[in-house]
Ligand binder design. Sequence first.
Ligand code: BES
Ligand code: ZN
Ligand code: ZN
Length: 507
Amino acid sequence: MLMIKINQKPDNPFKHKTECLILLCPEEKKPGGIVKEVDAALNGTIATAFKNKRFTGKLNQTLLLNCRAGLKADNLVLVGVGKAKELTAEIICKASGTAANLAEKSNFKSASVYLNGSCFDPADSNYGDFAGAVAEGAGLALYHFDEYKSRDEKDDPQSRLETLTLVPATKTPQAALAKSIVRAEKIVRAVHAARDLVSHPGNTATPTYLANHAKKMARKCKITCKVLGKKEMEKLGMGALLGVSRGSHEPPALIVLEYFGAAKSKAPTVIVGKGVTFDTGGISLKPGASMDEMKMDMSGAAATISTLQAVAELKLKINVVGIVAAAENMPDGLAIKPGDILKSMSGKTIEVLNTDAEGRLVLADALTYAQRYKPKEVVDLATLTGAVIMALGHQAAAVIGTNPAMIKQLKESGKATDERVWELPLWEEFDKAVKSDIADLKNIASPGVGAGSSMGAAFLKVFAGDQPWAHIDIAGTAWEYEKPYIPKGPSGFGVRLLIHYLEHHKY
Ligand code: BES
Ligand code: ZN
Ligand code: ZN
């Protein structure tokens, strides 16, 4: 999807010509710094708003003023960032998203953000990050998916904010700003790509579509992509993944993306994504209400592919492999039935007691395949359980794994990006609950055991290998994870979290 254009132009805020000048403003009793100076040009309009508590700089609070008389800008948008002392890049990202949304809703085609004073100090080491967060927040907020809408401007006049200009006071930070903008654009493009994949309906985004998308992306980013089809899976004995796909006319795909930014001898981080392009539940059919939402059951795959895209575009000096297990879960004459036993690539047999617990089946073979890379660590992203929504709502993803250091680091990245992860346990007792009476494992725990998300993880652990491994259940956050920079619909959750993790973690 077309993205907002972001550029820079050093200028004086009083002389800067724009449809809409945006100022980020900390929470205060009365206007201070640059806001105070601008207020003087506007004859105290802002001070009055502070006095009347119409605007005090609280996070994401906004004030839109027409200001043609006082400034060269036609309009002024103030957006609050909360307490100055608590300011972070993530807060700026949110405030910028809020301002961009307001500018777009107000029918402006372009807007400018002033990057000097109050929140921005070019002499500060965080200046580049903060400026990048402005670009990222606006870019992420203004996501639109209208590929399936016929365009008739008369019936549906669509207003889009097309350009955002970052306005520093002087030319000094030009190079730093250029870098921040390019970086933000790469991240925004990757998140948009993930959201697009999830937005597409199941009859477009099939396993083959995901594979073709990954190939195209890999070619563009100069990374390797190979796709294993049904025949190769049969050769490898991927009975679990093949079992899920048996009921579908859409062929399955195992998509493997390889990025080497460090010496090839260095063990890679492997990211594994659940790519169930539509989950009907199979023979254990889901209820009809809201079944359409199950087009999002490939959100882990979308985040995996897009994380590889961002890693390659950002040229990180690490090795990362992405593996996506893509299949469609359908009821059919050929579909697997409750009670069927599948043999996974690992050799372990699985009694399928519920065909709707298909995510762990496709992931089992993908996790086994990951072992070929002798990974340093494995992280999987999956819309695995409805139970995670019972536990955490739509406020956080669950992280469940074998390595406390890895989980700690993921939590820190979750905090920094506000792609929150909350740890759920992987107690030994859970191991027993996924043992089958007649096969090695069963794909659902015995009735009454509860802890559905942990049970999913206990099953996956069998295939995850001995290296550190973390499972992230994004069933609650891949959708309905709305924020100023995440509109309704798919969130792209996981991309920003993992990029931050890959850039910062060391252990
Ligand atoms: N794709 C679903 C999980 C899901 C639920 C994702 C809601 C997004 C929103 C998964 O395949 C599933 O159906 N899981 C079952 C597991 C159960 C049968 C053990 C579930 O959560 O009910
Ligand atoms: Zn399911
Ligand atoms: Zn599913």
